[in-house]
Design a binder for this molecule. Structure first.
Ligand code: NZQ
Ligand code: ZN
Length: 385
């Protein structure tokens, strides 16, 4: 196992009717800005519960944070906070609102050009406003991690940053608040969390016994409940399990002490930035192609994945590996998530642009061994057509 430090200070407040507990966790004297996305949190009653929990406190609201949150919108929130001397943030929504809030928290405390936060991937962040979250979409794990992905619309760039200063102080997870999700977003959440686990698991054997078994358990749980959370939108136990699995998939636990990949995500971000395709859908396209192209480097873990996650025991090594990748694709497709670029009418003529973007963003040595250069990324995109 590799050396590691594991630190996760986020308090999770989980279950039905837990939004009322906000009053215990938002400091009584705080001047709070509630940040949210479009209309979903208003329509499903989440915002009403948040306002009721904070009745009598000082708070303002900032709506309109987009899916794939933009720098341009978020900088308006930064201005409001500075002008009105607000000192606590509360994100109410999915990964986009939470990521956006992390950026705002860091940008308010930063005196230079706030875009530096993205170009340095968070290295320049020395402080951030404290914030909590109320999660309405299980998918990204943003509610219990210190990462954020921000898009600058002007330049069509989508970049990630991370900093220990942007862990949420707390996150409220009420599974009933996910009942209103469109099925497409539920499917996205299943695939995004599946791929988060794969990026930390499917590398090379590193002797992390608990990490491997945790990851395999989470993958199998997703395979088991994925179709059911879509078919039964108001089944509390299914939604509760889904919500907690998605959080555990990316809160640092399964990735501690083991190599991590993230190449699928980095390529996927470029596809979203260029073609505005949902994050999870880009991953469903890139992951199977990535596994096929990197079969030799990943052979040991692919065989373990085939055996332990998909119970594939027969055939040659290559047959078991291909069967496991095919099962993965079939799982995504069963959730109505296509696994080919052509399904989004993206053809071979798009690849030069995507490779140029990867190059421009320094994504030239990706993967667990930093051996995915632009040539390999090109082969992955070609295999995904
Ligand atoms: O804007 P509203 O009206 O709220 O609607 C949202 C949005 O249209 C809707 N929604 C959310 N909760 C709902 C709901 N609709 C009905 N009922 C509810 N309860 O869902 C739509 C998508 O929301 P969004 O927040 O964009 O989705 P998601 O949570 O999948 O977040 C995606 C973003 O997270 C980033 C992605 O790149 C993307 O920008 N990621 C963040 C990560 C992290 N911080 O660790 C890791 C991930 O790999 C990912 O990159
Ligand atoms: Zn993701």
């Amino acid at each position: 196992m590799q050396n590691f430090e594991f630190y996760n200070p986020t308090r999770i407040v989980f279950g039905k009717d837990t939004i009322a507990k906000l009053a215990e966790h938002v400091p009584a004297e705080a001047r709070t800005l509630i940040l949210y996305g479009g209309s979903s949190a208003e329509k499903n009653g989440t915002l009403a519960e948040v306002r009721a929990a904070l009745a009598g406190r000082v708070f303002q609201e900032f709506g309109g944070i987009e899916p794939n949150p933009t720098y341009e919108t978020l900088m308006r929130a930064v201005e409001t906070i500075r002008r009105d001397k607000l000192d606590f943030l509360l994100a109410v929504g999915g990964g986009s609102v939470i990521d956006g809030t992390k950026f705002v928290a860091a940008a308010v405390a930063y005196t230079g050009d706030a875009w530096d936060i993205l170009t340095t991937h968070g290295a320049c962040v020395g402080a951030a406003l404290p914030f909590g979250t109320v999660l309405t979409l299980p998918a990204t794990g943003s509610e219990m991690n210190s990462s954020s992905v921000i898009t600058r619309s002007r330049t069509r760039e989508k970049l990630a940053f991370g900093s220990p200063h942007v862990f949420p102080r707390f996150s409220v997870l009420d599974p009933t608040k996910t009942y209103s999700l469109p099925l497409r977003q539920v499917a996205n959440g299943v695939v995004d969390s599946f791929v988060h686990i794969m990026e930390q698991y499917l590398t090379y054997p590193a002797g992390g016994m608990a990490q491997d078994r945790f990851a395999e358990g989470l993958l199998q749980s997703l395979i088991e409940i994925g179709p059911k959370v879509i078919a039964q939108p108001d089944n509390y136990d299914l939604r509760a399990n889904f919500m907690w699995i998605a959080t555990l998939a990316l809160n640092g636990l399964i990735g501690a002490g083991v190599p991590q990949d993230w190449a699928t995500h980095m390529i996927g971000h470029e596809v979203t930035a260029r073609y505005d395709i949902d994050h999870a859908r880009t991953l469903a396209v890139v992951l199977p192609a990535m596994l096929r192209i990197r079969k030799e480097a990943k052979r040991g873990k692919l065989l373990q994945y085939a055996q332990r996650v998909w119970n594939l025991h027969d055939g040659s090594e290559d047959e078991r590996i291909e069967a496991a990748i095919a099962r993965t694709e079939a799982f995504f497709e069963s959730l109505d998530i296509p696994t080919r670029l052509s399904a989004y009418t993206i053809g071979a003529d798009a690849i030069d642009d995507l490779i140029a973007q990867l190059d421009a963003h320094g994504m030239t040595a990706l993967g667990e061994r930093e051996e995915i250069g632009l040539d390999v990324s090109r082969r992955v995109l070609e295999a995904a057509l």
